[in-house]
Design a protein around this ligand. Structure first.
Ligand SMILES: C[S@@+](CC[C@H](N)C(=O)[O-])C[C@H]1O[C@@H](n2cnc3c(N)ncnc32)[C@H](O)[C@@H]1O
Length: 248
């Protein structure tokens, strides 16, 4: 029997969906989506304010919505933005075919929409390229922008951060939980590795001074590095992430 798309999906509907899950998200005790990144033990590292009641937040590059749902749990009214084009707009021309093959049959947003209905969430997902982010696209200036593990996938991370800043109200907060390169930790000057020669998705892996420099160059102030953590993905690779808070 066909079920209406507004109905709550069953656990089987979610687990049997044709979807390439990114986030491990708990559906009920002991039952999770089969994602690439299990961030459940990392939430405290992002240092999200405990109470976001009455605030409006954007989750940039929301994918299956892990961080958007976390922001919503703290009381924020959240819009998750992501890109729906395949290949994504920043894909380099010479990797397009490889990406098309890798993502054959994938419909962006599938996991998010199932989870939204599962949780009865009010988070809205909008198809917006981060570079096009501005108050008009999200019903006015917002109080908080969260960027997680996405600057590394952009040609122009500073341009994305400038758009994030332009979308924040004056005094609004940026929370970045972003990949940094531990192999570059020995340098106290800003440096990033160019990664498209050995990956298909990643442009840059910055060291911490470089990540802080991107944020400063985009015009943010009161930039605070609040720590680093290491996450092991489903393939066993480890990524170091840094938490940075800053003010627009
Ligand atoms: C590695 S995933 C990170 C997911 C999530 N933010 C997190 O921290 O777990 C990168 C996300 O950024 C999105 N993305 C890539 N380029 C983008 C762009 N130009 N604008 C908005 N989102 C983008 C991808 O589609 C994907 O959902």
């Amino acid at each position: 029997m066909l079920r209406r798309v507004t109905e709550r999906p069953s656990v089987d509907d979610i687990l049997n969906a044709h979807h390439r899950w990114y986030h491990v998200i708990e559906l009920e005790p002991g039952v999770t989506t089969p994602g690439f990144a299990d961030l459940r033990s990392q939430v405290d590292h992002a240092r999200l304010p405990a109470d976001l009641s009455g605030l409006r937040a954007i989750d940039v590059g929301t994918f299956d919505g892990f961080w958007a749902f976390e922001l919503e749990k703290r009381g924020a009214q959240v819009i998750g933005i992501d890109v729906d084009e395949i290949p994504p707009p920043d894909a380099p021309e010479y990797k397009r075919q490889q990406i098309l093959e890798e993502l054959a049959g994938v419909t962006p947003g599938t996991g998010f929409e199932l989870l939204k209905r599962w949780f009865g969430s009010s988070v809205e997902r909008r198809s917006i390229n981060v570079y096009d982010l501005k108050p008009d696209r999200v019903d006015g200036p917002v109080d908080l922008v969260f960027v997680g593990a996405m600057l590394l996938h952009l040609r122009n991370p500073v341009g994305a951060l400038e758009a994030a800043r332009a979308t924040l109200r004056p005094g609004g907060r940026l929370i970045a939980f972003e990949v940094v390169d531990p192999a570059l930790a020995g340098h106290d000057y800003p440096v990033a590795r160019f990664k498209l020669t050995d990956t298909i998705w990643t442009w840059w892996r910055p060291n911490i001074p470089c990540l802080l420099g991107w944020i400063e160059t985009a015009g943010f102030s009161d930039i605070q590095l609040l720590g680093t953590t290491t996450v092991r993905d489903a393939t066993g690779n480890e990524q170091m992430l840094a938490t940075v808070h800053a003010v627009a």
